[in-house]
Design a protein around this ligand. Structure first.
Ligand SMILES: *Cc1c(COP(=O)(O)O)cnc(C)c1O
Length: 401
């Protein structure tokens, strides 16, 4: 077995990170070496309660036995074959996603390796919705986040992220998140409307009441694809399998990633009804997409979520977490936003970074989504003991600010 480079042994990990990793990343908060359940440990042996879960990814927490078994078994059976061949885990996952999303018989699934790639596929799908009249407009929301690749970046409603990389693919218009703006912008020249049911990266912001239902009506009326980005909100996180269920609607397409793989890199585009007929042979693909290693793992993750009732647990623990936050009765807390186990704590002062750092020093990982918002996204397996620990540790952090 090869050893780590001995000339690096007496240098700090921060220096090694700064000298070797691309400058796109800020210096990380700690060097993590292992995890179990809702906890992770750093290289010094410090134990942290993980209420970020790799940004809503580790649905089953860390080192879940079902995931360990699925990865181990599949890696010893068949890891990768290319899309010239089908594999049983790939078919099982596609069928499962059709059932869980409500896409049903006419649904179709495309597998890729990340959220951004799922949105790239959805962007290409939108381009095919020409309806014989050459629709090129795509609507997305200000403050939305859809990923960092060029197409996903074009959809993302944060100008400071896009501007250094322009020109990005054209045709995308960002609108205000109001029903009036939606009604004014949408007509028969629009190919697709991209939405996050809750804006996670923006600090867990809810859409206005009735927005999603009105979007569904307008899209149907004008032949516009309603494409929901449930990369962060999907897979049980908001207390239902998908957030759109809470509005009683179905989209024309949904993009998934994050929680679906529980930590292995996988994304998917699921189409509904007539949208399933838009892509034709050869129009899109991915070498790794849907390989047996990641699809077997995702099947295990989704299987545990179903068998252990973790969607209901997300709803129940989300309410309990809200009650805990209300009990803090802190002048720093203005409001709590979000649903299930995707919550944003709105602050009265721009101290989110300091508060997250204080939490870390008390052994708790939370995320400063921006200076006025703390984002909580614990694993879906979170229970009484972890909620009690959260209350104690976050209370200490609040008191120290
Ligand atoms: C994380 C995220 C993405 C991008 O996913 P990656 O896997 O990082 O490419 C896109 N949309 C939303 C809503 C996300 O939360």
């Amino acid at each position: 077995m090869s050893e780590a480079d001995p000339t690096q042994a007496d240098r700090t990990w921060q220096d090694r990170f700064g000298d070797s990793m691309m400058r796109t990343l800020a210096t990380p908060l700690a060097l993590l070496v292992r995890g179990e359940g809702c906890y992770v440990w750093d290289d010094q042996g410090t134990k942290y309660l993980d209420f970020l879960a790799g940004i809503a990814v580790n649905a089953l927490g860390h080192a879940h036995p079902a995931m360990v078994a699925a990865v181990s078994e599949q890696v010893a059976t068949l890891v990768h074959v290319s899309n010239y061949f089908a594999t049983p885990p790939q078919l099982e996952l596609a069928e499962r996603l059709k059932r869980l999303t409500g896409a049903g018989e006419s649904g179709r699934v495309y597998f890729c390796n990340s959220g951004a790639e799922a949105n790239e596929a959805a962007f290409k799908l939108a381009r095919l919705n020409v309806n014989g009249r050459g629709r090129t407009r795509i609507l997305a929301l200000h403050d939305s986040f859809h990923g960092r690749t060029m197409g996903a970046l074009a959809l993302t409603g944060k100008p400071q992220m896009r501007e250094p990389f322009e020109p990005v693919p054209g045709g995308v218009e960002h609108i205000d998140t109001t029903i009036e703006a939606l009604e004014a912008a949408i007509d028969g020249t629009v190919a697709a409307l991209f939405l996050e049911p809750l804006k996670g990266e923006a600090g867990v912001l809810e859409l206005p009441d009735g927005f999603l239902r009105r979007a569904r009506e307008l899209c149907t009326e004008h032949g516009v694809l309603l494409i929901l980005d449930e990369i962060q909100t999907g897979i049980g996180r908001t207390g239902t399998w998908f957030a759109y269920e809470q509005d009683g609607i179905l989209p024309d397409a949904v993009t998934l990633a994050k929680g679906m793989g529980g930590g292995v890199p996988i994304g998917a585009l699921v189409t509904f009804g007539a949208a399933s007929d838009l892509f034709t042979r050869g129009q899109h693909g991915s070498t790794y997409g849907g390989n047996p290693l990641v699809t077997a793992t995702a099947n295990a993750v989704l299987g545990v979520i179903e068998d252990d009732g973790l969607v209901a647990n997300a709803a129940r623990r989300g309410s309990e977490l809200r009650e805990i936050i209300a009990r803090f009765d802190s002048p720093l807390i203005a409001e709590v936003r979000g649903r299930g186990l995707l919550l944003g704590i709105g602050l009265t002062e721009p101290v989110a970074l300091r508060l997250a750092a204080a939490a870390l020093s008390h052994g708790l990982i939370v995320n400063a989504a921006n200076e006025l918002s703390i984002r909580l996204a614990p694993p879906l397996i979170v229970g009484d003991a972890e909620l009690a620990e959260f209350e104690r540790r976050f209370g200490l952090a609040l008191a120290s600010i």
